[in-house]
Design a protein around this ligand. Structure first.
Ligand SMILES: [Zn+2]
Length: 275
């Protein structure tokens, strides 16, 4: 069973006229104003899954600033899931500081979406105050919250936010009951599991996904994440259409994981989180 825990689909309206969605949406513009930045809808994703041998994908939303964009996208996620014959799990998304964020997040879960994600702060550090009610909502519902994270150091790229591991760690500490999935290898926070005190325990309810990993880390990073957190905590995530799953399978093969570990990363761990 192969589960891709990090993909992005957009409503057909956004694919058809992405220019119309740029105004007042700086984060969307930063990533998608370039017409070469690929986007797909639900059927487009499922076609890629068929080609790449993926059974189930988590389809994530986008943290739109405008309420009408968020609603359009979240409604589309619910519809795409309903039409997917069991192939998609949808995660609703909101812009955490928006006054409507909590109500829209609740609506997403009531519509049957499987969690929240990819929540993100692309132009500032994580805002813990606005994330708090969303973390509480997910904890109460027993559903995961998938958060964009990235390394605080190293090369720059579109979508890399000025976030700090200090703030991320504080978020984790404040919400031990929330199942947090940290995208893009958690910005490297798992490496601090080597500390003798506190961190390993604090990361009990934290998962990582591999999204964009081939652009960021050598394959050894996947083996270390499995070793430090346990293989049930690392999820294959492709960030499709950024990269196809085949690219990750190549890198995971080079990571020298055992067959049991590899099975967890490729799908079993994600299935436990969202059946
Ligand atoms: Zn991301």
């Amino acid at each position: 069973m192969v589960v891709d825990a990090h993909t992005h689909i957009f409503p057909p309206q956004v694919l058809a006229e992405r220019q119309a969605f740029l105004e007042g949406e700086p984060a969307f513009a930063a990533i998608y104003a370039n017409p070469k930045a690929p986007m797909v809808d639900g059927p487009g994703l499922i076609a890629a899954m068929d080609q790449g041998g993926v059974d189930i994908s988590w389809a994530l939303g986008f943290p739109w600033v405008k309420a009408e964009h968020a609603r359009l996208h979240n409604d589309y996620l619910a519809q795409a899931v309903a039409q997917s014959r069991g192939r998609l799990r949808g995660l609703g998304c909101v812009h955490p500081p928006a006054p409507w964020a909590l109500a829209e997040a609740r609506r997403c879960l009531e519509m049957g979406l499987a969690g929240l994600g990819e929540l993100a702060f692309y132009d500032s550090d994580l805002d813990l105050d606005s994330l708090a009610p969303l973390c509480a909502l997910c904890a109460q519902a027993g559903k995961p919250l998938l958060l964009h994270t990235n390394e605080p150091v190293g090369h720059r790229y579109p979508g890399k936010s000025p976030m700090s591991l200090t703030t991320l760690y504080e978020l984790i500490r404040r919400h031990p009951a929330t199942k947090l999935v940290l995208a893009h290898m958690g910005g490297g926070i798992f490496l601090y599991s080597l500390l003798k005190r506190e961190v390993r325990e604090s990361l009990q309810n934290v998962w990582l996904d591999t999204a964009a990993g081939p652009f960021l880390y050598g394959p050894r990073a996947y083996a270390l994440a499995c070793e430090f957190l346990g293989p049930r905590k690392l999820l294959l995530g492709s960030d499709y259409p950024l990269l196809p799953v085949s690219r990750y399978r190549q890198e995971l093969e080079q990571a020298d994981l055992g067959p049991e570990e590899l099975g967890q990363v490729l799908g079993q761990a994600a299935l436990e989180l969202i059946p």
